[in-house]
Design a protein around this ligand. Structure first.
Ligand code: HAM
Length: 429
């Protein structure tokens, strides 16, 4: 039997209902903050991620699904293509390609879609997973660099999580400095790593040379004490970056959004500058060790890294799979969603009338299931009770008189009424 690929999943109707609810809430919240939807391709030139996300990151060096496209002509070089591992690089590419900055306005874009990373699958970590993300970027004159934007994005996330009913979330915040602070910090890290790197894991030994910041992402237990003793980015921020970070924190304080500053939060992608953040949920929220619900930050140099104009920006991506797992684990009651009614024709001669009544009710916006006249009444009742709030019984007399017998399962109340009043009755109880 052919099965779904390891790390991929089928989402069945029992689950997609919650997914759709989450997406509807996210869309409504994004609309309140002036975001519009963007849909970028699921595969892009590999170079986009190498340049944007960074060659030394785990995502690019180990986790991408990359292949060589077929060359169109013998003279042409085959192109390297990659299934997108994240969507920020694609959104910034689209921003550059469509010259969105030329309007001079701030661009507020959101997306909902699958991403692909060849990670080791476990609960909350998949090879195809979904992100709900957003990006705010624009030319400098649009105010895209302002700490107001950082705080607004974070406040929006806090409101979205509250509105979705996520309990006990925690916001970890840091500043990784601007492109001018970074070289000083990286130089200090490199120097501090020289005497200790020999005792560290292989990845750290390599990264101590090639990209010392990535050493801070290392999860190997034996390296943690060494990493904790390394210089901290906060000591290398210049006055401007410090003031920027202070303003983000002050705005969050004013909004009443709680946060914890975590000096080691550098995040695993190379494009980040200044503000970086992650929202986590407490143990026991269904995520196991994968407790990062979402992550994001500022990327003031990404557009230029991709050959575009200066376009500072900030954004985030929520792991939708993780959000759903958390909601399921934190739910106190099972979501009981049932259809409005189940129509039970008595005898196959009533099937056509049942379908006609269903058509009429569905056109009035009701959700209806239709049984089959060959079922015994007991079987119809059982089938109806499992999917609908009411059973509508259509016997010979009912069809002749254009009436129906309706029973509400919740109360047990049974009434007979004209078909014309049925829709109003079903909606009311
Ligand atoms: P990221 O931290 O790599 O950031 O991913 C964001 C979120 O996606 C994670 O916090 C997690 O919830 C979810 N996620 C990542 N990998 C997996 C996986 N294998 N299975 C399930 N969920 C996963 C980014 O992707 C950035 N593009 C975010 C951003 C937007 N930064 C600025 N703008």
């Amino acid at each position: 039997m052919v099965k779904a690929i390891r790390g991929t999943r089928d989402l069945l109707p029992s689950e997609t209902q919650l997914w759709n609810k989450v997406e509807t809430t996210a869309r409504a919240v994004f609309a309140r903050y002036g975001f519009g939807e963007i849909r970028t391709p699921i595969f892009e030139a590999t170079e986009l991620f190498v340049r944007g996300v960074g060659e030394e990151t785990d995502v690019v060096s180990k986790e991408m699904y990359t292949w060589e496209d077929r060359a169109r002509a013998a003279s042409e070089k085959a192109q390297q293509l990659t299934l997108r591992p994240e969507n920020t690089a694609g959104v910034v590419r689209a921003y550059i390609e469509h010259k969105l900055g030329e309007s001079g306005h701030l661009q507020k874009l959101f997306y909902i879609g699958p991403q692909f990373r060849r990670e080791r699958p476990q609960r909350g970590r998949y090879r195809q997973f979904w992100q709900i993300g957003a990006e705010v970027l624009g030319p400098q004159s649009s105010g895209a660099e302002s700490p107001v934007r950082d705080a607004e994005v974070l406040e929006m996330l806090a409101s979205l999580l509250d509105e979705l009913g996520i309990k006990g979330w925690r916001l970890a915040l840091n500043s990784v400095g601007s492109s001018s602070d970074r070289p000083r910090y990286v130089a200090a890290l490199r120097a501090a790593l020289q005497p200790v790197k020999a005792s560290m894991c292989e990845d750290c030994q390599r990264r101590a040379e090639s990209n010392p910041l990535r050493v801070l992402d290392c999860k190997v237990p034996g390296d943690q004490a060494t990493i904790d003793a390394l210089p901290r980015i906060a000591e290398y921020l210049d006055a401007e970056s410090t003031a920027h970070f202070d303003q983000v924190k002050a705005a969050l304080d004013a909004c009443g959004v709680g946060y914890v500053v975590e000096p080691r939060l550098v995040r695993g992608l190379d494009y980040y500058t200044r503000t970086t953040f992650e929202f986590t949920v407490p143990d026991g929220s269904g995520l196991g060790t994968q407790n990062a619900l979402l992550g994001g930050g500022r990327y003031d140099g990404l557009s230029e890294m991709l050959g575009g104009p200066k376009a500072p920006g900030i954004g985030f991506a929520i792991g939708e799979d993780r959000l759903i797992l958390t909601l399921q684990a934190q739910a106190t009651e099972a979501p009981a969603h049932k259809l409005d009614a189940y129509i039970a024709p008595l005898g196959v001669e009533r099937n056509a009338a049942a379908l006609a009544l269903a058509r009429d009710l569905r056109r009035q916006g009701l959700s209806i299931e239709v049984g089959d006249g060959s079922f015994r009444l007991k079987k119809s009742f059982e089938a109806a009770d499992s999917v609908a709030r009411h059973i509508v019984i259509l016997g010979e007399d009912e069809v002749a008189d254009a009436v129906a017998t309706v029973k509400a399962f919740a109360t047990g109340a049974q009434v007979k009424m004209a078909n014309a009043q049925l829709a109003e009755y079903l909606q009311g109880v």
